[in-house]
Design a binder for this molecule. Structure first.
Ligand code: NDP
Ligand code: 8X3
Length: 250
């Protein structure tokens, strides 16, 4: 029987690309996000390839998250693969002038939202003594860059939670890993800069990672044999050396 994957943040970027990559491989999909119209469109497109169920909820709202996941029909109830991808940066400001609403959004979505969804899924994995969780971290979870403060903190937390999950779920044979990309050309910067013009400059002058590049690595991780766990991946585009060095000369 084909596996079932639940992907959060499947309405754009890395999550959407992962849904396409998994669908090509016949993995059944539970796709989550807040933008219902997009979920409907993606479901329609992917149903030609695999079975797709959509869940429309905000990961910040723990009641919504638990209710949505508990509502899964029998055909989609068994989650073999959890991709905790929903998240964004909100703002790029020095700590002294950062906005509390942005801080709340990043901690509530990137950290607490990931925990709520995991809490709703892990019990069935421990009961079955199998499962695979992949958390989408970031290069920002490995180093801090100027004005990155709280976003970097949220992604450092994702890495700590990933390591904690891997330790605590080890006895159950559950695989846990993190995929940590650098700059990926998605809607990420539009969200970070609230649609402002700064967003356009982020990916110009070099070839950034594309969502599909990350999705392919995620599929590589979930398609390893049972004894292999890809624990941690740091991936950059060729032009990027670290969070602050991007070669825009070509
Ligand atoms: P996008 O903005 O394209 O996608 C973000 C996704 O997260 C959307 O599907 C969005 O869906 C979902 N999301 C955001 N907030 C919520 C919420 N409150 N509840 C439910 N879903 C939510 O960005 P990316 O694809 O680039 O980002 C995906 C992940 O990758 C994030 O965790 C990000 O931090 C990480 N990342 C991104 C990098 C980049 O440079 N782009 C680099 C490294 C990591 P909707 O709005 O419909 O709810
Ligand atoms: C996204 C990469 O460098 O914008 O996590 O923080 S960066």
């Amino acid at each position: 029987m084909n596996k079932t994957a639940l992907i959060t943040g499947a309405t754009s970027g890395i999550g959407e690309a992962t849904a396409y990559e998994f669908a090509k491989q016949g993995i059944n999909l539970v796709l989550c996000g807040r933008r219902l119209e997009r979920l409907n469109t993606i479901q329609k497109a992917l149903e030609r390839l695999t079975n797709v169920h959509i869940l429309n909820f905000d990961v910040r709202d723990k009641d919504q998250a638990f209710k949505a996941i508990a509502s899964l029909p029998d055909k989609f109830k068994t989650i073999d693969i959890l991709i905790n991808n929903a998240g964004n940066a909100h703002g790029l400001d020095p700590i002294e002038s950062g906005h509390v609403d942005d801080w709340d959004a990043m901690m509530d979505i990137n950290v607490k939202g990931l925990l709520y969804v995991s809490k709703a899924v892990i019990p069935q994995m421990t009961a079955r003594r199998s499962g695979h969780i992949i958390n989408i971290g970031s290069s920002a979870g490995k180093e801090v860059y100027p004005k990155g403060n709280v976003y970097c903190a949220s992604k450092h937390a994702v890495l700590a939670i990933t390591e904690g999950m891997r330790i605590d779920l080890n006895a159950y044979g559950i695989k846990v890993g993190a995929i940590n990309p650098g700059l990926v050309e998605t809607e990420f910067s539009k969200v970070r800069f609230k649609g402002g013009t700064e967003a356009n400059a982020v990916y110009t002058g070099f070839k950034a990672l594309q969502a599909k590049d990350v999705a392919e690595v995620i599929y590589f991780a979930v398609s390893r044999p049972p004894h292999v766990n890809i624990a941690d991946v740091l991936m950059f585009c060729t032009a990027q050396a670290n969070s602050t060095l991007v070669n825009k000369s070509k």
